[in-house]
Design a protein around this ligand. Structure first.
Ligand code: SAM
Length: 291
């Protein structure tokens, strides 16, 4: 009888999920983090960073579609997009699905994550790595935003690890102040804000910080099975509150125009609009004026 090998996620002290491993594909200690990629019996290929699930082939579409399509369609005319983190390439691929996008810069701190994602998770980034509109930079997101020219981007997407270790700088006042400076007059930033049922502090803290740099602070939700604990929140920080009030019919028209209507498995115009309607146990963690 072959020995069963299980991989445990080590995110919450008193609760976890574990995957039965079919085959280990890569285990690397990079300059920044422990990277593990394996084939599972239940979710296809899975990547963990420092013991925390980052992505699985089975459910990545949910998170990536909501992180990429919602801000681009809410903005409605985004041509220049800045992505921070997202080393698996999934957000890059979804952003480049939008015909109107002319330039995408992606800044990922760990070149090993990109190398291993290309090798072992090729379907996630797909051809996006070779798209002439894409510029992929290996570097720290905080350094890039400090140097980026004023008003040089329309939408910013931060797909980072949690605010511990290398990811911590991406949740600071300085980061958000620079984000507001490098975004144009209708600028919009979205970022992963954790699973509030287990990580309420992350949502509360980052919302207060983003509120110092942006007038409109909110969050929207997606149910990602392997981000355990119920809804995942995606933080919203905008210079124009009207962008999150766009109706489903207008969102549908924009999605048709940008070429993504019918090309998604989770995102729809109605899902986009309803994702901003938050249950009280989540809304209570957002700054008072926004509620
Ligand atoms: N979706 C996942 C989540 O919600 O936990 C995140 C996936 S993505 C792989 C996270 C990426 O952020 C990692 O590749 C990590 O190396 C990158 N990252 C962390 N800190 C960073 C920083 N300061 N600058 C740029 N990238 C960073």
């Amino acid at each position: 009888m072959p020995i069963e090998v299980w991989v445990n996620e080590t995110l919450y002290p008193g609760w976890d999920q574990h995957f039965r491993m079919k085959r280990e594909l890569a285990r690397v200690s990079s300059a920044f983090q422990e990277i593990l990629i394996f084939e599972s019996y239940s979710h296809g290929r899975v990547m963990l960073l420092d013991g925390v699930v980052q992505i699985t082939e089975a459910d990545e579409f949910i998170y990536q579609e909501m992180l990429a399509h919602v801000p681009l369609l809410a903005h409605g005319a985004a041509k220049r997009v800045l992505i921070i983190g997202a080393g698996d390439g999934g957000v890059l691929r979804r952003v480049l699905q939008h015909k109107g996008v002319e330039k995408v810069v992606m800044v990922e701190i760990d070149g090993e994550v990109i190398r291993l994602a290309k090798e072992h998770l090729p379907a996630i980034g797909g051809d996006a790595w070779n798209d002439p509109r894409a510029e992929v930079i290996v570097g720290d997101g905080i350094d890039y935003v400090r140097k980026a020219p004023e008003g040089s981007f329309d939408v910013m997407i931060v797909d980072s690890t949690d605010p511990i270790g290398v990811g911590e700088v991406l949740f600071t006042d300085e980061f958000y102040a620079n984000a507001a400076r490098l975004l144009g007059p209708r600028g919009l930033l979205v970022n992963q804000c954790g699973v509030p049922f287990m990580q309420a502090e992350e949502l509360r803290e980052t919302s207060l910080r983003r509120g110092k740099a942006f007038p409109d602070i909110w969050a929207y939700v997606a149910a990602v099975p392997t981000y355990v604990g119920g809804f995942m929140t995606l933080g919203w920080a905008a210079k124009d509150a009207a962008m999150r009030a766009v109706g489903a019919e207008e969102i549908r028209r924009r999605a048709q125009e940008s070429g993504i209507l019918g090309a998604t498995r989770y995102w729809t115009p109605e899902i986009q609009v309803s994702a901003f309607h938050l249950p009280p146990y989540i809304a209570e963690h957002l700054p008072a004026p926004a509620r």
